[in-house]
Write a protein that binds this ligand. Structure first.
Ligand code: NAP
Ligand code: HSE
Length: 438
């Protein structure tokens, strides 16, 4: 593998846009493998574009390689494969589209640009007869884009249920098992290189929403705009929610799910969910991700592995680079196969709910809440009450409902918040339905 601008005559030139957590691991992986021995076609790292070329990095590629000029990659005749590892929609979109139009193949790990502009970029790639690969954009090191694109095409996908954000899963796991403080665990995830540049992208569910949109486009051959995805993050989850959920037989995960309800209806949602302790999803801990795909022919498939971090992500990125370098570069994307689904609103979602209230510990409190729920057609399946102060004036009231429609529950919630005896409605978490799937 050449590391200088002088590429071997037969080498495939690679240009990196970004040399951060993932970019550095990709550069190291490329350099640590002697491609000429292991592969038919050697690779040459020609150029790496960064914001600040003077920054101290975990890999020293030398001044002839590291530059702040994107044209050193996009306009460079020695570069055949551009690898975008900067993140965000812009300028990533411009750099990727310019590279594709210049006849270069592109590999990216960027779920945001693939969610918001992926359709456009795939069309540009097809028009220019080059490849755009993005395996690392969802699930880090887990191969999931490849299977959905190739191996599962014979199936009608009925549902996708996934834990696809490593940072939040890392945080929730530490809260569940160690009672750890949210901010401390977030800082640890950032230091380990899991978190996005702006951690709200992880914590508020944007990252998982982008990834779900990418998966849904592949699985259902339809555009899944972010406006059509219900999104909630994990900021309101408290360590006591894990205790109470545990007593009821559940844990809490940030779930991303897309379900086709019939031939033309699709509901996509990202939110914290109570997961029964006995299903495999409940044991997906730390930075691990898992994607459960239900196909009409294949049944249920389970993909699990490291969903974030430098080396696992580099595994997917370098895999894409090697596949392109050995293939003929034909892009199989075909927009004619797109068949639009109706987006089903979250209000039509039906599930059980876990509700935690801080209430005055006095007669009639539970009856008042039960009456509001009953008026909305929602019945209660279990109740826990815990005194929270020594004088026993306040109590945590945890109510588990039977399945209810989201719209009915939201109506009930707005009325419960107004009850005099309810001091605060602390949390409302949906219970994921695994009936018949254990
Ligand atoms: P990062 O550590 O923040 O690195 C970003 C790199 O891009 C840096 O080298 C930065 O330059 C460069 N860059 C950013 N904006 C630029 C611009 N406008 N012009 C030139 N260079 C620019 O990010 P990362 O964690 O490696 O993530 C990269 C991509 O991989 C993102 O799309 C992310 O979502 C995705 N991803 C990350 C992980 C993970 O675990 N980290 C996993 C899967 C996918 P400087 O170094 O000079 O600042
Ligand atoms: N911030 C992302 C996560 C990186 O935590 O999953 C992987 O895309």
């Amino acid at each position: 593998m050449g590391v200088s601008g002088q590429t071997n005559v037969s080498a495939v030139g690679v240009g990196l846009l970004g040399l951060g957590v993932v970019g550095s691991a990709v550069a190291k992986a490329l350099l640590s493998r002697d491609q000429s021995k292991e592969r038919k076609i050697p690779l040459a790292l020609v150029s790496a574009v960064v914001r600040d070329p003077n920054k101290l990095r975990s890999i020293d590629l030398g001044q002839s390689i590291v530059t702040d000029d994107p044209q050193a990659v996009i306009d460079n005749n020695s570069v055949s494969i551009v690898v975008e590892l900067m993140g965000g929609e812009n300028p990533a979109f411009d750099y990727i589209s310019s590279s594709l139009k210049a006849g270069k193949h592109v590999v990216t790990a960027n779920k945001e640009v693939m969610c918001k502009r992926g359709n456009e970029l795939l069309r540009i790639a097809a028009d220019n007869n080059v490849e755009l690969k993005y395996e690392a954009s969802v699930g880090g090191g887990i191969p999931i884009i490849g299977p959905l694109t190739n191996d599962l095409v014979a199936n009608r996908i009925q549902s996708i249920r996934a834990i696809i954000n490593g940072t939040t899963n890392f945080i929730l796991t530490k809260m569940a098992y160690e009672g750890a403080d949210f901010d401390d665990v977030l800082a640890e995830a950032q230091s380990l290189g899991y978190a996005e540049a702006d951690p709200t992208a992880d914590v508020d569910g944007f990252d998982a929403m982008y990834k779900l949109s990418v998966l849904a486009r592949l699985a259902y051959h339809t555009e899944m705009p972010v406006e059509g995805i219900h999104r909630e993050g994990i900021r309101d989850i408290h360590s006591k929610d894990f205790r109470y959920a545990g007593e009821l037989g559940f844990t809490i995960k940030l779930l991303a799910a897309a379900q086709a309800s019939d031939e033309s209806g699709l509901l996509a949602r990202v939110h914290p969910a109570l997961i029964p302790l006995e299903v495999p999803m409940a044991s997906v801990n730390g930075v691990l991700n898992a994607v459960e795909v239900e196909g009409d022919l294949v049944g249920s498939l389970w993909f699990q592995g490291p969903g974030a971090g430098a080396e696992p992500t580099a595994s997917a990125v370098v895999g894409d680079i090697l596949k392109i370098s050995e293939s003929s570069g034909i892009n199989s994307y075909d927009s004619a196969t797109f068949a639009p689904f109706n987006i089903i609103p979250m209000n039509d979602h039906v599930c059980q709910y876990y509700m935690r209230l801080t209430a005055s510990d006095q007669p009639g409190v539970l009856a008042n809440v039960a009456r509001v729920l009953g008026d909305a057609g929602i019945s209660i399946s279990a109740v826990l009450q815990k005194d929270t102060d020594i004088e026993k004036t306040q109590a945590d009231l945890v109510i588990m409902t039977h399945p209810a429609r989201e719209a009915n529950m939201q109506t009930a919630v707005s009325l419960i918040r107004k009850l005099e005896t309810v001091i605060q409605l602390d949390n409302l978490i949906r219970v994921e339905n695994y009936a018949g799937r254990l």
